[in-house]
Design a protein around this ligand. Structure first.
Ligand code: ZN
Ligand code: FE
Ligand code: FE
Ligand code: ZN
Length: 264
């Protein structure tokens, strides 16, 4: 079983479970490694209601320590953050990177300007939005995030499809600039299984994006984005099959930002 590096803690106010419960779930499913990557703080605060605050960081470090104590020698525990890519965030991301010996940072696009487009609370805005325009803005933002080179893993590549608002035709016209930027910056992506449980009913990204990513030599991790211990490694068999369909034979492992690879 590959690693699962994308997991949340109750510090973000919309996840449940103790470190002990998460670790036991990870051991039970036979993960190679398990990683914690809660929603990182954003400045200025308060920013929104679904992330830890900067003052919560010591509690987050304690949460990681408890997970490591529970795992003992049975399972390597990696530590990261899921960081939001926002205009001008680079100095803040750089300062977060120095606050702890992270194994990896995950970069995510959840906002287009002040629109938190993947939040069900903002769902109404989709009905008044031009879908092609939203997709163009999303992929431009994702491409900028990739080009920054600040992140070890780029999260849920086509999250913009979450509520099943998709342009018509071949979507590779949106993907190709992002693929080029990821490959140029030597970035890695995740195959995030949470999308199978959202209105889009597809993993993030879809097979076309995954095919392009594999052809461009972009490394892959498989992630559950668990917000509950029951979701650790959810749908990994299906995700492994999808990754293989795109040509992947290995997944990426990260330890102190250093890469290694594991056969699928
Ligand atoms: Zn979340
Ligand atoms: Fe996310
Ligand atoms: Fe997440
Ligand atoms: Zn996520």
């Amino acid at each position: 079983m590959p690693a699962d590096y994308h997991s949340h803690t109750p510090l973000c106010h919309h996840a449940e479970g103790t470190p002990e419960e998460f670790v036991q779930a990870a051991i039970k499913v036979g993960l190679t490694e398990w990683g914690i990557s809660d929603h990182a703080p954003v400045q200025p605060e308060p920013f929104d209601d679904w992330r830890m605050s900067t003052d919560d960081l010591p509690a987050y470090f304690e949460w990681i320590d408890r997970a490591r104590a529970e795992a003992g020698g049975a399972l390597p525990i990696r530590a990261g953050l899921e960081c939001d890519w926002l205009p001008g965030c680079e100095p803040w991301i750089a300062s977060l990177a120095e606050k702890y010996p992270w194994d990896y940072l995950i970069g995510s696009v959840h906002y287009l300007s002040d629109w938190d487009f993947d939040n069900p609370a903002w769902l109404e805005k989709w009905a008044q939005t031009d879908v092609d325009d939203a997709w163009l803005r999303y992929w431009k933002t994702y491409t900028e995030m990739a080009a920054s080179g600040l992140f070890d893993i780029l999260a849920h590549p086509d999250l913009i499809k979450k509520f099943a608002y998709k342009p018509t035709g071949d979507l590779r016209r949106f993907y190709q600039p992002a693929i080029d930027a990821i490959a140029t910056a030597d970035g890695a992506i995740e195959l995030n299984t949470a999308g199978w449980h959202k209105p889009c009913k597809e993993a993030y990204p879809d097979i076309d994006f995954l095919d392009l990513a594999h052809s461009a030599g972009i490394p892959l991790v498989i992630s559950s984005d668990a917000h509950h211990p029951d979701e650790v490694a959810r749908d990994f068999d299906q995700a492994i099959a999808l990754a293989k369909q795109a040509g992947y034979t290995q997944t990426l492992l990260l330890n102190q930002h250093q890469r290694s690879f594991e056969d699928l």
